[in-house]
Design a protein around this ligand. Structure first.
Ligand SMILES: Cc1ncc(COP(=O)(O)O)c(C=O)c1O
Length: 507
């Protein structure tokens, strides 16, 4: 059992006192003053702030203590197991952060002349090539800022392809299995397609008969999450590819779960035309708090001409940004994407190499299956969709029997795990599993940490049968107990800044 620190910490604006200083900015240098005349003329008149910014005034030590206290009331991937299924929350080696934070990186500006950006362009170019190699695709675009953004690019490419072939009017449907990630149907719909859902079979894979019935001349493509959200590798993948291609559709691979197959199999070799990756999952940038992320998209040779501009090209001597792509769908993001996240991925791939990446896949799959095997014996939990089928990156348990027999739900189990000093898994997803607990341990946690998780789950099950109240009212040992989750996600009640808080009367 763990007791989290509980500081009654005010927000930083309430902490300051007038006149306290932590850092004194250097005066504008004499040389600069001479060139521009006066300090104020450095900033154009129309951009000058008329009143002083209302910043909190604190000493350095106050700032340090404030953030340390807040961090003690938090839990991160550096604190311990973070088995958030579908999120691949893995340890981010610190060297990646140092590189992303280095002066060489931070002093770059995308409007610099290309001749002074050769280093970063080379990194982006090489990363594109590596990702193409890893996914078995022809060209990769690094621009999308998240997985869902990559999906939007992918579905827009499906659109561009059918438009180019004069078939867009007819091909209005994208097929999505019910075990897909929720962003898949949303992205298809945003690109203007109608979504046709096909059910899973008893093994948690696409029901081939239902797929055959869903396919028609209206099919623009199919989006497949593989390994799917049950952590299962689609067993009929080549047949699925053939059915869709024979009908004239394109195959989209949601590769956000790439961690499980790195260096083992490649979506391009399975026949997929478009693949997105979640750099911020597979390549070690954890993605709490909404970002920053990166969702590059790889495509087959036939689709490369539609990719967004600019493309980084190399003529053997120099790297250059190529805007001259007449069939490009245009721009989908400013500049080249979230470059700092891409740099971390570059460093991660470089440090692991081929063998290391393969080992990532092996250990992440081993860990998921280890946890699955251990949890199978726990009262109140079941592993739906065939407990003989090996899992890949994650396993999805159901707490339905536990709820029926004790009243303790998946949500209660997740909350109680916090008392044991562990992050909760994803819950109630995928929707095809009742009372779902979706567990993705990743390769970056050692056996002892996995055992600690399994032991906590066993104890919680025992508590549920003996004394359910303790689980129903959890967490007891954290800085905050149960939050009003509905209120917390309602836009009208959210207070996202100090300014908003002042406007609302500071309650
Ligand atoms: C399978 C799958 N597809 C797509 C996404 C969407 O990625 P993002 O959250 O970066 O938009 C996720 C998110 O974790 C995912 O797990």
């Amino acid at each position: 059992m763990v007791k989290q620190a509980d500081w009654s910490e005010p927000v930083i604006f309430e902490l300051g006192r007038k006149g306290r200083r932590g850092h004194i900015l250097p005066a504008v240098e004499e040389g600069v003053k001479q060139v521009v005349g006066s300090v104020n003329t450095i900033i154009p008149e129309n951009m000058q702030r008329k009143s002083k910014p209302k910043l909190p005034e604190l000493s350095e030590v106050e700032v340090a203590r404030h953030y340390i206290r807040l961090s003690q009331m938090n839990y991160g991937v550096d604190s311990g197991l973070y088995p958030l299924g579908s999120c691949t929350m893995k340890y981010n080696p610190k060297i990646n952060e140092s590189l992303a934070n280095s002066k060489a990186m931070n002093m770059l500006h995308p409007y610099q002349d290309e001749s002074t950006l050769q280093g970063i362009l080379e990194i982006l170019y090489r990363l594109e090539r590596w990702l193409a190699e890893i996914t078995g695709t022809y060209e990769v675009c690094l621009q999308p800022a998240a997985g869902a953004h990559g999906e939007f690019l992918g579905t827009s490419l499906i659109r561009a392809y059918h438009k180019f072939n004069g078939e867009l009017e007819k091909r209005r449907e994208i097929i999505v299995p019910d075990s897909a990630h929720g962003t898949n149907p949303a992205s298809a719909s945003m690109a203007g397609f109608n979504v046709v859902v096909v059910p899973s079979d008893k093994d948690g894979c696409v029901n081939i008969e239902a797929l055959k019935e869903a396919v028609s001349e209206r099919t623009a493509g199919l989006m497949l999450t593989n390994p799917n959200t049950l952590g299962i590798f689609e067993k009929n993948i080549e047949e699925i590819a053939r059915i869709i291609h024979d009908a004239g559709g394109l195959l989209y691979y949601d590769g956000a779960n790439l961690n499980a197959i790195l260096g083992k199999v490649r979506p391009g070799d399975m026949g997929f035309d478009i693949v997105h990756m979640n750099i911020h999952k597979t390549f070690s940038t954890p993605h709490g708090g909404g970002g920053p992320g990166s969702g590059p998209v790889g495509v087959s040779e036939e689709l490369a001409k539609f990719l967004p501009v600019p493309r980084v090209v190399f003529n053997g001597e120099r790297y250059r940004l190529d805007y001259d792509r007449p069939h490009s769908i245009g721009k989908i993001r400013s500049f080249y994407g979230n470059v700092a996240v891409l740099l971390k991925a570059y460093a991660y791939i470089l440090s692991l190499g081929n063998e290391g990446l393969r080992e990532v896949a092996e250990i992440s799959v081993l860990n998921a299956n280890y946890v699955a095997e251990k949890l199978k014996g726990i009262k109140g939990l079941t592993l739906p969709y065939g407990d003989e089928v090996p899992r890949k990156h994650e396993c999805v348990f159901s707490a339905k029997p536990l709820k029926r027999e004790t009243g303790v739900s998946a949500l209660d189990v997740a909350k109680r795990l916090l008392d044991y000093g562990l992050h909760a898994p994803t819950i109630y997803f995928p929707l095809i599993v009742d009372e779902a607990l979706m567990i993705e341990p990743t390769e970056t946690f050692e056996k002892e940490e996995l055992d600690r998780f399994v032991e906590a789950m066993r104890k919680i099950s025992e508590e549920a049968y003996k004394n359910p109240e303790v689980v129903l009212k959890a967490p007891h040992n954290t800085a905050v107990s149960r939050l009003d989750e509905v209120k917390a996600s309602h836009p009208r009640t959210m207070i996202l800044s100090w300014k908003m808080r002042l406007k609302k009367g500071g309650e």
